[in-house]
Ligand binder design. Structure first.
Ligand code: SAH
Length: 502
């Protein structure tokens, strides 16, 4: 297994500084023993203009098989054929073992520590990384998808032929990977540390819960926002659903904290100047709360979930009406919940009031048994904050698992955007919106959800209903009709469906 890291330099900033950054001297070849074999670090070239460090891992295949649990097993857990345990490609292909070696040999560089040249650690440098034989389950396309969004100028993936003399045999499961671009060395190493085993998809050591921490640490700054986040998380954690879920929720929090804007739609919150009235114009968010309260009263709901409650404005409004006897605000963001708790003055509330309200942290893309058995659930301006491919998971968690009698969903009507004067053409209303739907798109989604889960659905406009483009906000009211199906979902079905939806 082999990997090279190259950089270029100038007389003022010689390329050989790479030696300092990697904590390995360019003049010496060094050997380290790792848990799976011997790692060698050496420099095939080292001048001021160009410097290349090579990491070569000699794996001991026998030790690998003998090391016990989890090794030498196929993905289904069945032992591989006896011979295959000893004669396999492990020693030659870069994989999870190379990633372990990387972390052992370049520990300080991975952690972004360099005492000799602290100022260089933070600076991106021109890098070229080559992995000549990278096992890639998912092929060249997946390799491009994984490295593509990570800031490299060039991601070159070449399929390696099974046998160069017999091209008709086709490609092997290996690719040659070359990455070029200006990145911080620590960032590049962290990407490799995670993505090499992800591509290999066959980890050779037991996945312990602290792998979640390792993933979060090495994923800092690039994983939370990665379009393939869930695949990366799932494969890195060897398809262990509980750990994947834990890591993915933590990453979702990071993403939300980074997007750093939990305010409800900034455009929506501005007063609607287009309504030409003498009275004080009403902000759209208030129109929305009024419509939601009316729909909840109409449905005769007493025990209500506010899913994605944000900073608690709706919870506050619900508390003012005594018919709502139990109000639960759920959000994935601790920061939003802290603000909500302050807004509601939860700590100074009388016992009776306080007994009516709960704020709890949770992610709506996972089933949660605490959410079962309520009269109604509200998803106010929440769905558009989820990536479209996560929407089925939310759909199952709410309509399939929590299954309240009524579900209210509001979302922007994108057709109305032309009426917002402050909104440049083609822009969504809020930086974190993953999509905004037309009326037809929302109706199509709602009809499918209703049908799948035994609800009927009605649509209501919120805000001034423009004859041409419709209202600014669309509201769907789902009513549970089929109380038979899905009701018997026990924990195991939940887990299975949840995994499918994700
Ligand atoms: N319902 C509020 C806030 C809408 S903003 C209102 O109408 O004013 C969207 C909210 O959804 C944010 O607070 C965000 O933290 C939350 N959210 C986004 N993704 C979520 C998820 N997967 N699980 C739970 N909450 C989520």
């Amino acid at each position: 297994m082999f990997l090279t890291i190259s950089t270029t330099g100038t007389p003022e900033r010689p390329a050989t500084d790479l030696g300092f950054l990697l904590h390995k001297h360019p003049d010496r070849a060094q050997t380290f023993s790792t848990s799976h074999g011997t790692a060698h670090v050496f420099y095939p070239e080292a001048s001021a203009e160009r410097c290349t460090a090579a990491l070569l891992l000699e794996v001991d295949p026998v030790a690998l098989v003998r090391r016990g649990k989890g090794k030498g097993k196929g993905r289904g857990g069945a032992p591989d054929a006896a011979l295959a345990q000893y004669v396999n490609d492990r020693p030659y292909a870069a994989s999870s073992l190379l990633s372990v070696a990387l972390a052992t040999v370049f520990k300080s560089a991975l952690g972004g520590v360099c005492r000799a040249l602290p100022e260089r650690v933070e600076a991106p440098l021109p890098l070229r990384i080559e992995v000549p034989a990278l096992p890639a389950r998912g092929g060249a396309e997946l390799v491009r998808k994984l490295f593509g969004p990570l800031g490299w100028e060039r991601v070159e993936v070449t399929e390696v032929a099974l046998d160069e003399q017999f091209p008709e045999w086709g490609a092997s499961r290996y690719v040659r990977l070359v990455l070029e671009g200006e990145l911080r060395l620590a960032d590049a190493l962290r990407q490799l540390y995670i993505l090499l085993p992800v591509l290999d998809d066959a980890k050779h050591y037991w996945v312990a819960p602290d792998e979640v921490d390792k993933l979060l640490r090495a994923g800092e700054g690039w994983l939370a926002d990665h379009p393939e986040r869930l695949l990366i998380t799932r494969r890195y954690l060897s398809h262990r659903w509980g750990l994947t879920r834990q890591a993915d929720q933590a990453l979702e929090l990071v993403r939300l904290a980074e997007s750093d804007d939990l305010d409800v739609d900034s455009v929506d919150n501005a007063v609607d100047e287009s309504t030409d009235t003498e009275e004080k114009p009403v902000p759209l968010a208030e129109h929305r709360r009024t419509a939601i309260l009316e729909a909840l009263r109409g449905a005769g709901a007493h025990r209500v979930l506010d899913l994605g409650c944000g900073q608690g404005q709706l919870v506050q409004a619900l508390l003012k009406d005594v018919r709502f006897t139990e109000i639960v605000g759920v959000d994935v963001s601790m920061r939003a919940l802290t603000i909500a708790s302050r807004r509601l003055k939860l700590d100074r509330m009388g016992e009776r009031q306080a007994g009516r309200v709960t704020l709890q942290q949770g992610s709506l893309t996972y089933t949660d048994k605490r959410l079962k058995g309520y009269d109604a659930a509200v998803l106010s301006e929440v769905i558009e904050h989820l990536d479209l491919d996560r929407l089925p998971a939310l759909e199952y968690a709410v309509f399939g698992s929590a299954r309240p009698g009524t579900v209210l969903v509001t979302t922007p009507n994108v057709e109305y955007n032309v009426r917002w004067e402050s909104l440049p053409a083609g822009h969504v209303r809020h930086g974190d919106h993953r999509f905004e739907w037309t009326r037809a798109e929302f109706r199509e989604w709602a009809a499918k959800v209703a049908e799948r889960h035994g609800y009927t659905v009605a649509h209501l406009p919120v805000g001034p209903d423009d004859p041409e483009v419709g209202p600014p906000t669309q509201l769907a009211v789902f009513t549970l009709t089929d109380t038979g199906i899905d009701q018997k979902t026990d924990k195991s079905t939940d887990k299975k469906k949840e995994a499918e939806a994700a």
